[in-house]
Ligand binder design. Structure first.
Ligand SMILES: Nc1ncnc2c1ncn2[C@@H]1O[C@H](COP(=O)(O)OP(=O)(O)O)[C@@H](O)[C@H]1O
Ligand SMILES: [Mg+2]
Length: 231
């Protein structure tokens, strides 16, 4: 078992980029909301939605993924020097979102990753969040390579170890066709010489980690559901 990596120094994201990331998330959320409303098709909000998100996205960097719960893009090379970073930005609010999910599922996934990155026992298995908005609308983590040949046995071993970690509960299953998400290579990348989870938004942290009073007071909807079924 490799030794637990020491917590990395947080990465300073330039303020102009922080503002862009925040604005991008807010535009996605508010404009998609008006899109879902009963306004007529020629509503300017609807027409400008795609233009606005495209424009901001272009300014930010290469797009890696769009259409899942979150928008994922590479950050400009000027950020981070020799290390490449990516940002995950909360995507649109779902039409039929459950009332226990604040904002959108991408928001829940972002917060899980932000909090799990503060949980020492899981850190050796994840590509850590190195910077995030206090709102949780965006987070930054190092880029991890996925265009590699996977050693399936090693992946299973790691996923089993993750399942066995105290204080975490992998809850997301089936989005890739069956089984827990943490067993799917799509959710891993190569980072610091090992396979590590880069999508761990499906893991509910049951242990408590520090949250600053300036941050959004996030409570995992899973914890609320569990509390409800107990009463
Ligand atoms: N740290 C990372 N390095 C490289 N690619 C990433 C990283 N994080 C995410 N990606 C890519 O973006 C995709 C979507 O990110 P993910 O965290 O799975 O978001 P979601 O499933 O919520 O939309 C991933 O499947 C992966 O291909
Ligand atoms: Mg994913």
């Amino acid at each position: 078992m490799p030794p637990i990596q020491p917590a990395k120094d947080p990465v300073q994201i330039p303020i102009w980029l922080q503002i862009k990331l925040e604005r991008y998330a807010v535009e996605c959320l508010t404009r998609s909301e008006s899109r879902h409303s009963s306004l007529p098709d020629d509503n300017p909000d609807q027409r400008t939605y795609d233009d606005v998100v495209d424009e901001i996205r272009e300014e930010m960097g290469k797009l890696l993924s769009f259409g899942g719960g979150r928008v994922v893009c590479k950050l400009p090379e000027s950020v981070g020097g020799s290390t490449e970073y990516i940002a995950k930005i909360v995507g649109a609010r779902e039409r039929d979102k459950h009332e226990s999910v604040p904002v959108s599922t991408g928001f829940v996934q972002n917060w899980r990753e932000i909090l799990l990155s503060r949980y020492e026992q899981i850190r050796e298995y994840i590509v850590p969040v190195v910077s995030a908005s206090p709102t949780g609308l965006w987070l930054v983590m190092p880029y991890a390579e996925q265009e590699i040949e996977w050693d399936r046995d090693r992946l299973n071993e790691i996923a089993e170890e993750v399942e066995a970690v105290d204080g975490v509960n992998p809850v997301m299953a089936g989005s890739m066709g069956g089984g827990l998400d943490i067993y799917w290579s799509e959710n891993f990348g190569a980072y610091e010489g090992e396979y590590r989870l880069l999508d761990y938004g499906g893991i509910h942290l049951t242990a408590t980690v520090p949250q600053s009073s300036e941050e959004f007071p996030f409570v995992d909807p899973r914890a609320i559901e569990e509390a409800d079924t107990e009463t």
